[in-house]
Design a protein around this ligand. Structure first.
Ligand code: ADP
Length: 379
């Protein structure tokens, strides 16, 4: 329930049940909740448990009278700001009024009560209370937005630093290589340098492609070329694209393809990119000689693709964050191999563009990770 829908409480305090009922009948309407107390003590108990927009106190009550109750309320952090209207029998003399105002009254109402006067006075306080609630809700929203902006700003700063670092390495290697190639060097050495430059260029291209993709997705500029495709085809392309990394890590690779064809309305290249990204991460964040598996099939009427590994795992507090752009687990930075923390953000966005979802599970550090992608299927 939002604060706008939550009923507003008002408190009636009177030792006579019939007075309480009469006042309740007079003020009650939709959106309001009446709290009734037969004594000052009962009222204080209610005030401990509820937030109240207005209190109507009978002045003359056995035991704690209305003024004493008001003084108690003024002494309590929680009840200090509650507007109080005293209900008095007959005209209160000026001395009594003075005591009432001193105790924190905002108004006096005399019996017999004029219904419309009380109602319109009470409504002013209900409106003020509602407005205060709205202002508080807006303040909380603004605070949350400012917090998110500050976080995003810090993220961007550190991302720029990482990006500069990651770009500098391959660029330095390329310019160093070019410099050497311009010299008179033996053909064998030149071949080595060229292949190293090739790898650097590939890495750079990959980084720039990912960056471009992410900015296109966040501007809503990526459009999928969706067509009726079989899941197996996309999975095979993904395996092909990540085979090199899986082999380089010396991992055992376990594959379970769907038994029967699963048809999807999907973009073949993007779907392969999603799975290849998960496989590459599994290879990257698993110490050599581990196991990476890809299991795909139909589950609960959707296509389910599970990529799991026996690697470094993901701490519980990072599991919800790693799909955010630029998020990286700090302890993993040594293994990120020039990654920028955009792969999973892109994967998540591409999965959503396909109408699917992605989740991650990891029992903890060094206990592996499991990524599960679910996608709608075609009949
Ligand atoms: P990166 O380029 O850093 O790999 P990603 O967006 O692909 O960026 O992943 C974000 C972070 O999530 C990684 O930096 C890493 O800390 C963590 N991560 C991703 N996949 C795995 C995995 N299979 N095992 C452990 N940690 C992972």
């Amino acid at each position: 329930m939002t604060s706008a829908e939550k009923p507003i409480n008002f408190l009636l305090v009177d030792d006579l049940e019939e007075n309480l009922l009469a006042l309740e009948a007079l003020l009650q309407r939709e959106g309001l909740r009446c709290l009734k107390a037969r004594s000052g003590e009962e009222a204080l108990e209610l005030l401990l448990a509820h937030e109240v927009a207005l209190a109507l106190l009978d002045v003359q009550m056995p035991g704690m009278d209305g003024f004493e109750l008001a003084e108690f309320m003024r002494g309590s952090e929680r009840a200090r700001h509650i507007p109080i209207i005293f209900v008095t029998a007959g005209a209160a003399n000026s001395q009594r009024r003075f005591r009432g105002y001193e105790a924190g009254a905002v108004d006096f109402i005399q019996k017999p009560i004029e219904a419309h006067v009380l109602r319109s006075k009470a409504n002013v306080f209900f409106d003020l209370y509602r407005q205060r609630q709205q202002i508080e809700a807006q303040r909380d929203e603004l605070e949350a937005a400012a917090h998110a902006l500050r976080r995003a700003d810090r993220h961007k700063d550190s991302f720029l630093a990482v990006l500069a670092h990651e770009l500098r390495n391959p660029v330095a290697a390329l310019s160093g290589g070019l410099h050497l190639l311009n010299k008179d060097i033996p053909p064998e050495r030149a071949k080595d340098i060229r292949s190293r430059m090739d790898r650097m260029l590939e890495h750079l291209t990959h980084l720039v492609d990912d960056l471009l993709d992410v900015s296109r997705v966040s501007q809503g500029k990526i459009s999928l070329k969706k067509e009726r495709i079989e899941l197996n085809q996309a999975l095979r392309s993904a395996i092909e694209a990540s085979q090199h990394n899986l082999d380089a890590g010396g991992h055992q690779f376990v594959v379970e393809m769907p038994q029967a064809p699963i048809w999807l309305d999907a973009d073949h290249t993007r779907l392969a990119q999603i799975v290849a990204n998960l496989l590459n991460n599994a290879a990257k964040y698993t110490p050599s000689g581990g196991t990476v598996s890809l299991i795909a099939g139909l589950h609960d009427g959707a296509a389910r693709i599970i990529v799991s590994d026996t690697g470094v795992g993901i701490p519980a507090d990072m599991q919800s964050k790693i799909f955010e752009i630029f998020a990286q687990v700090e302890d993993h930075l040594g293994k990120a191999q020039g990654g920028l923390g955009i792969g999973l953000a892109l994967v998540k966005q591409l999965v959503s563009l396909h109408g699917g979802s992605i989740t991650v599970e990891s029992p903890g550090p060094d206990m592996g990770s499991t990524f599960t992608v679910r996608l709608p299927v075609l009949p």
